[in-house]
Design a protein around this ligand. Structure first.
Ligand code: PRX
Length: 634
C-alpha cells in the first residue's frame, strides 16, 4: 500500500483501499515495486519474461539515439501468437476470448480456439490478396468480432494495421486513409446505433473516390443491411466469401521487437492528424503489465472496456491487453443509454462483469438519469472500476463509486495517451484514492510536473506534465514525419523530456492533478479533436471565409466546440446557414465534432505571422483577462 499519503490531514477526502482486493493484488508492496521500477532495464526485462519469444532480446533498452529509443533489441516475437496461439495449448483453449453483445440483445462468443482458427483464415486470406509483412491494412469497422480478428490477422503475418474510428466521417476518413497509403480496406455493411443501422459502406464509397491507394475493399456482413458490392470488378469482396475455403492454420511471422505494429491517428493542434506509430515488443510488455497490475487481472475475470477499438483505449485495453493475459474481453456495440439508460448495468449483471473500464463522459451522461437504473440490477460481480480520457470530476467519481461500485470497488483513474500506449499515471488496487486525481506515476514510469526551464514546480502550482525516462509502450515516431515527432514532443522543454501536452499540479502527497491540455487540442467526450481539423471543415463550407474554434465547457462532454466564423460577402448567419454548417461539419468529421455554438465575427485575433490566437478567444469567452497581447496583429 502507498504509505506516505496523509489520510487524516488532507484537504481532500482519501478513500482507503478495499482490504479484500489488497489480499489478492499482484502488487502488494507499492514502495518496493516503485523501487524496483527505478532500474528500467531490470524491471521491464522481468516483465517481458511473461511472453513466448522466438529469440530473446540482446538489450532491454537502447538509448543511443534519443529520442528514438529501442526496446528489447533483436528480440523476435509475434503478438498474435502470444495473444491467441499460446492459449490453445493450455486449459484456456475452450475459454471464451471474445464475448460480443449489442444493443439488440444479440450475442456471439468466440473461444480462444475459435478465435485462433478465424485469425488464421483471415491471415491466409490477406496473404492471398498480396498483403505482405510491412504492408498497411486499413479498417473502418464497427465494434464487431471481425475487427478484432482482422487486427490479429495482420499481426500474424506482420502487416501494420491502421484503424479509423467508425464514428469519423468522410473528410476525416479520407485524410487518414491517404496518409497511411493502405492497399486493403476492411469495412462493414453497417453498425447499430440507437435502433438504426448506420450505413458505413455508403461513407466508404464516397471516401474511396478520393483514396487512390486502396485496391481491395473487404466488406463484413455485420448487420444484414442489404448493400450491393461490385464483386465482379474484383475490387470488392464480402469478408465471409473471402474466408471460404481458407486454411485454419497459418505460419507465424517472426517479428523483430521494433517492427511496426500499428498506426493510429490522433489530433494535434496544427496541421493534419498525427500518425502515431507503435512497434511490437515494448508495446506488448507495457500494455499487458499495466492491465495486469492496475486492474489486477486474474483467471476468471470478465473484462469490459467500454471504449471503442477505433481509439487507443480499445487497441490497448479492449483487444491486446486482455488477450495477452488470456482473459475474456467483452465487446459491446451500442450506446450507453439505448434502449434505456440501464443497458450497461443489465450487461454487467447478465454476464457477471468483474472489471469495468469506462470514461468520465459516459459516467456523467448516465448520472443525468439519476441513480434509479443501477438499482434494477445486481452489480455485485464488479470488483474494480476504471476511467480514462479526461479528468474525472469528483461528483462523477462519487456517483460511480456509490451507485455502481457499492462503495467497495476502487476506481482506477488512469492517465495516458495515444502516444504513451499504456497507463502511465494510475493507482493500483492497493492505493489510497483521491477523487479527481489519477494519483501517482506507475512503477517503471518517471513523470514530473515542471516549469518552462524544466524545473519541478512547487506543490500546488501549475506546470507542464513531462515524462522523464523512456517507457516500453512509447510510440516510436510519427509515421513518415520524424521532424514533427521531434518538434512536437521532445524539443520544447530542456532535459530531453517528453512533453505530454497537459498542464498539471502536484499535491502535498505527490498526487498529480491533471488540469487539461496546454495546446489547442479539444477534448470532446474524451476524444481528442484538433482545432485545425475543425477549422478546415468549417472553411470548406461555401459560406465561410475563415474560422477559428475553441473548446467551451460542457457539463457532460467536458468540452464542445465554439466556432467563430467570418462569412463571405452576401452571407448572414441565419438559422438555415447555421443548420447547414452543422450538417457540413458533421459530414466532414462525424459525430465526434459536437458543435456547441457558432458566432459570426468580422475579424479573428491573429499574430503578425497570421496565426490565430485562440488563447485570446478563450479568455474573452470566459471573461478572463486577455493576457499578453504584444504579438497581436493590431
Ligand atoms: O489530456 C489528457 C487526457 O487525454 C489526453 C490523451 O488523449 P488520447 O491520446 O485521445 O488518449 C485518451 C485515452 C488514453 C491526455 O493528454 N486524459 C487521458 N486520461 C486522463 C486525461 N486527463 C485527465 N485524467 C485522465 N485520467
Amino acid at each position: 500500500m502507498v504509505t506516505n499519503v496523509n489520510t487524516s490531514n488532507s484537504n481532500k477526502k482519501v478513500f482507503k483501499p478495499n482490504y479484500m482486493l489488497v489480499e489478492e493484488a499482484h502488487v502488494k508492496n507499492w514502495e518496493a515495486e516503485i523501487e524496483k521500477g527505478k532500474d528500467l532495464e531490470k524491471y521491464w526485462g522481468e516483465k517481458a519474461e511473461q511472453f513466448e519469444w522466438f529469440q530473446k532480446w540482446d538489450k532491454v533498452l537502447d538509448e543511443s539515439q534519443k529520442p528514438f529509443y529501442k526496446w528489447f533489441t533483436n528480440g523476435k516475437i509475434n503478438l498474435a501468437y502470444n495473444a491467441v496461439d499460446r492459449w490453445i495449448h493450455t486449459d484456456k483453449r475452450n475459454q471464451v476470448a471474445i464475448l460480443y453483445a449489442n444493443e439488440r440483445g444479440d450475442e456471439r462468443k468466440l473461444t480462444y480456439y475459435e478465435l485462433y482458427r478465424e485469425v488464421n483464415k483471415m491471415a491466409n486470406a490477406l496473404k492471398n490478396l498480396g498483403v505482405e509483412k510491412g504492408d498497411t491494412v486499413s479498417m473502418y469497422l464497427p465494434m464487431c468480432p471481425e475487427l478484432l480478428v482482422s487486427i490479429l490477422a495482420c499481426n500474424k503475418i506482420g502487416a501494420i494495421h491502421s484503424v479509423v474510428y467508425s464514428g469519423l466521417s468522410v473528410g476525416a476518413f479520407v485524410d487518414r486513409m491517404n496518409d497511411a497509403e493502405a492497399k486493403v480496406l476492411i469495412t462493414a455493411d453497417g453498425t447499430y446505433r440507437r435502433g438504426k443501422i448506420i450505413d458505413l459502406k455508403r461513407i466508404v464509397d464516397e471516401a474511396l473516390l478520393k483514396c487512390p491507394t486502396i485496391e481491395t475493399t473487404i466488406v463484413v456482413k455485420h448487420t444484414g443491411n442489404p448493400i450491393k458490392i461490385s464483386e465482379l470488378s474484383g475490387k470488392e469482396i464480402f469478408y465471409e466469401r473471402l474466408l471460404e475455403g481458407e486454411l485454419d492454420e497459418c505460419p507465424v511471422e517472426e517479428m523483430d521487437s521494433e517492427d511496426p505494429l500499428f498506426i493510429l491517428y490522433t489530433s494535434g493542434s496544427t496541421g493534419k492528424p498525427k500518425a502515431v506509430l507503435h512497434t511490437t515488443a515494448g508495446y506488448m510488455v507495457g500494455v499487458a503489465t499495466t492491465l495486469k497490475t492496475v486492474f489486477d487481472i486474474h483467471d476468471g475475470d470478465l473484462w469490459w472496456c467500454t471504449g471503442d477499438i477505433g481509439w487507443i483505449t480499445g487497441h490497448s485495453y479492449l483487444l491486446y491487453g486482455p488477450l495477452l493475459l488470456g482473459t475474456t474481453t467483452l465487446v459491446y456495440e451500442g450506446a450507453p443509454d439505448y434502449p434505456d439508460p440501464g443497458i450497461w448495468w443489465k450487461i454487467v449483471e447478465k454476464y457477471g462483469v468483474t472489471k469495468l473500464y469506462t470514461s468520465p463522459t459516459a459516467v456523467r451522461h448516465l448520472m443525468r438519469y439519476g441513480s434509479k437504473y443501477p438499482t434494477y440490477y445486481n452489480l455485485s460481480s464488479l470488483k474494480i472500476l476504471g476511467s480514462v480520457g479526461e479528468p474525472m470530476n469528483p461528483a462523477a467519481w462519487r456517483w460511480l463509486y456509490k451507485n455502481i461500485g457499492y462503495e467497495k470497488t476502487p476506481i482506477m483513474d488512469t492517465w495516458w495517451q495515444t502516444e504513451t500506449g499504456m497507463h502511465m499515471i494510475s493507482p493500483l488496487p492497493i492505493s489510497p484514492l483521491k477523487p479527481g486525481s489519477p494519483t501517482l506515476p506507475l512503477p517503471g514510469v518517471d513523470i514530473d510536473v515542471v516549469d518552462e526551464k524544466g524545473k519541478p514546480v512547487p506543490v500546488g502550482e501549475d506546470g507542464y506534465l513531462v515524462i522523464k525516462r523512456p517507457w516500453p509502450a512509447m510510440f516510436r515516431t510519427l509515421y513518415q514525419d520524424e521532424e514533427r515527432f521531434i518538434n512536437v514532443y521532445w524539443k520544447d522543454l530542456p532535459g530531453g523530456v517528453y512533453r505530454a501536452g497537459d498542464m498539471a499540479r502536484k499535491d502535498e502527497d505527490g498526487y498529480i492533478w491533471i488540469q487539461g491540455r496546454s495546446d489547442d487540442v479539444l477534448k470532446i467526450a474524451g476524444h481528442r479533436v484538433g482545432t485545425s481539423e475543425v477549422e478546415a471543415a468549417f472553411s470548406s463550407h461555401p459560406a465561410v471565409a475563415e474560422a477559428a474554434v475553441i473548446g467551451k465547457s460542457d457539463p457532460v462532454k467536458g468540452q464542445v466546440i465554439k466556432a467563430f466564423v467570418i462569412l463571405k460577402e452576401d452571407y448572414q448567419l441565419t438559422t438555415d446557414v447555421i443548420e447547414d454548417l452543422q450538417k457540413h461539419v458533421r459530414y466532414e468529421l462525424g459525430p465526434v465534432a459536437v458543435l456547441g455554438e457558432i458566432a459570426q465575427v468580422e475579424k479573428l485575433p491573429k499574430t503578425r505571422s497570421g496565426k490565430i490566437m485562440r488563447r485570446v478567444l478563450r479568455a474573452q469567452e470566459e471573461g478572463r483577462d486577455l493576457g499578453d497581447l504584444s504579438t497581436l496583429e493590431e
